[in-house]
Design a protein. Structure first.
Length: 364
C-alpha cells in the first residue's frame, strides 16, 4: 500500500497527538510520510536542533514517546521551482484567526480535491475561511472536521505535548460545501463509504486497528450529528464562561437569580441557532437537541458539577470566542441578542479589572 503523504499545520496539542499516532502506524516508513509545516525559519531551526522530534507524554509521567518528522517552513515546490500541490492537510490551532492566517500561507498548494482536516476548529472558523480563503480561490476543497476531548492537554515546551487521557475517539465528518441539497441520510451513508474511498480517512481509520500510544481511535460521523454536538457545547460554554467570571463562588447553581439568567441566555441562543443555521431543517432529530428546556437542563447539570475544565479561570479570549460568536451571528441576521451582549460585556469588564489589579503595585 502506498502511504499517502500528510502535511500538518498548527500548534494545538491535538495536532501533535494526531501526528504522533499517524506516524506510529505499521505501514509508515522509518521517517513517516508526514511533513510538519512550521511557522518560520527560526522555528524550523529550533526543530532541527531538537533532532526533528515531537515528544508526547502522559501527565502522570507513566508513558512517553517521540517520533521524528520531515519539516518545512514554506510551501512545497517541485524541482522546477513550481509550487507543489498538497493532497492531505491537517490543521489544528488554538484560536480561529490563527487557523485562517496559517492556511493562507499554503493556499496556493491547495486544489479542489485536497483533503483539509480541521481539528477542533473554533466557532466562526468556517465562515472566516469562506470569506478569506475559499472565495479568493473560487472553490472549496474537501473539508473535514475532527473533534476530540483531551483532558488537561497542553504544550509544556515548544515540541512537547502532555495530556491526561483521551475521553472519546476522534470524531470526523465531511463538511458539506453548502446547505442546498443537503440530505442527512445520504450524509450518514457517505460517512461510512468515505472510509474506503478517501485516502486520508482510510489512513486515519487504521488507528482503530492498531495499538498506538493513546489508542485514540477514529469514528466517522455525519456532519449533522457533529453540528448538533458543537451547538450544544457552544450553548454550554456561552452560559458557563461569563457566569463563572461574574460569580466565582461555589453553589451558583442554587441561586434563583443565576438560574434566571441562564434560562434567558439559553432562550436567546436557541432562537439564534434556529434562525440562522440552514442545515437544521434537514437534520431529523435537531428539534430534540436544539431544544430550550433540554439545553437549560444540560447547562444546569454542568453548573452543578463545577467541572474544572468548564469553570476554571475563564478568559476574555474564551468569552470573545463563544459569546462573541452569537453576537456576530445576531448582527449579521438582525436578531435580538441583548442579554448575551450585556452579560458578555459585564464578564469581560470584570476580567479586565482583575488583570489590571493583578499588575497594579497598589494591590500587590
Amino acid at each position: 500500500m502506498n502511504v499517502p503523504r500528510v502535511y500538518t499545520l498548527g500548534n494545538a496539542p491535538l495536532t501533535y497527538l494526531v501526528c504522533h499516532e499517524i506516524a506510529s502506524l505499521s505501514i509508515q516508513p522509518r521517517v513517516p510520510e508526514l511533513v510538519l509545516l512550521l511557522q518560520d525559519q527560526r522555528k524550523l531551526n529550533r526543530f532541527l536542533e531538537n533532532e526533528s522530534k515531537i515528544y508526547i507524554k502522559r501527565r502522570d509521567n507513566s508513558r512517553d514517546s517521540s517520533k521524528q518528522y520531515m519539516a518545512s517552513c514554506s510551501p512545497p515546490k517541485y524541482a522546477s521551482g513550481e509550487i507543489a500541490t498538497i493532497d492531505n492537510l491537517i490543521i489544528g490551532e488554538t484560536r480561529p484567526p490563527t487557523f485562517v492566517n496559517a492556511l493562507k500561507k499554503y493556499s496556493e498548494c491547495i486544489h479542489n480535491e485536497t483533503n483539509v482536516l480541521l481539528l477542533n476548529p473554533g466557532f466562526g472558523v468556517r465562515e472566516q475561511l469562506e470569506q478569506s480563503v475559499w472565495e479568493q480561490k473560487g472553490f472549496v476543497p474537501n473539508i473535514f472536521m475532527g473533534l476530540a476531548d483531551l483532558e488537561n492537554s497542553f504544550l509544556p515546551s515548544e515540541f512537547t505535548m502532555q495530556y491526561s487521557r483521551v475521553h472519546q475517539p476522534l470524531k470526523i465528518c465531511r463538511v458539506p460545501k453548502g446547505p442546498v441539497g443537503y440530505d442527512y441520510q445520504q450524509d450518514k451513508h457517505d460517512a461510512q463509504t468515505l472510509e474506503s474511498t478517501n485516502n486520508m480517512l482510510g489512513l486515519l481509520k487504521m488507528l482503530d486497528r492498531e495499538s498506538t500510544f493513546s489508542n485514540i481511535g477514529v469514528a466517522t460521523r455525519p456532519y449533522g450529528d457533529l453540528l448538533l454536538c458543537r451547538y450544544e457545547e457552544l450553548v454550554i460554554q456561552s452560559c458557563i464562561k461569563p457566569l463563572s467570571a461574574l460569580f466565582p463562588e461555589k453553589g451558583i447553581s442554587e441561586s434563583t437569580t443565576v438560574l434566571g439568567i441562564v434560562q434567558t441566555l439559553v432562550r436567546e441562543f436557541t432562537r439564534i441557532i434556529k434562525a440562522t443555521d440552514p442545515y437544521l431543517q434537514h437534520i431529523p432529530h435537531s428539534e430534540k437537541i436544539i431544544n430550550e428546556e433540554r439545553l437549560f437542563a444540560v447547562v444546569l447539570k454542568k453548573l452543578k458539577k463545577r467541572s474544572r475544565s468548564l469553570l476554571n479561570q475563564p478568559t476574555i479570549r474564551d468569552i470573545n470566542q463563544y459569546n462573541g460568536y452569537f453576537v456576530m451571528k445576531s448582527k449579521a441576521s438582525g436578531l435580538w441578542c441583548q442579554s448575551n451582549y450585556f452579560i458578555m460585556k459585564c464578564a469581560k469588564a470584570k476580567l479586565e479589572l482583575q488583570q489590571k489589579n493583578a499588575t497594579d503595585f497598589r494591590y500587590l
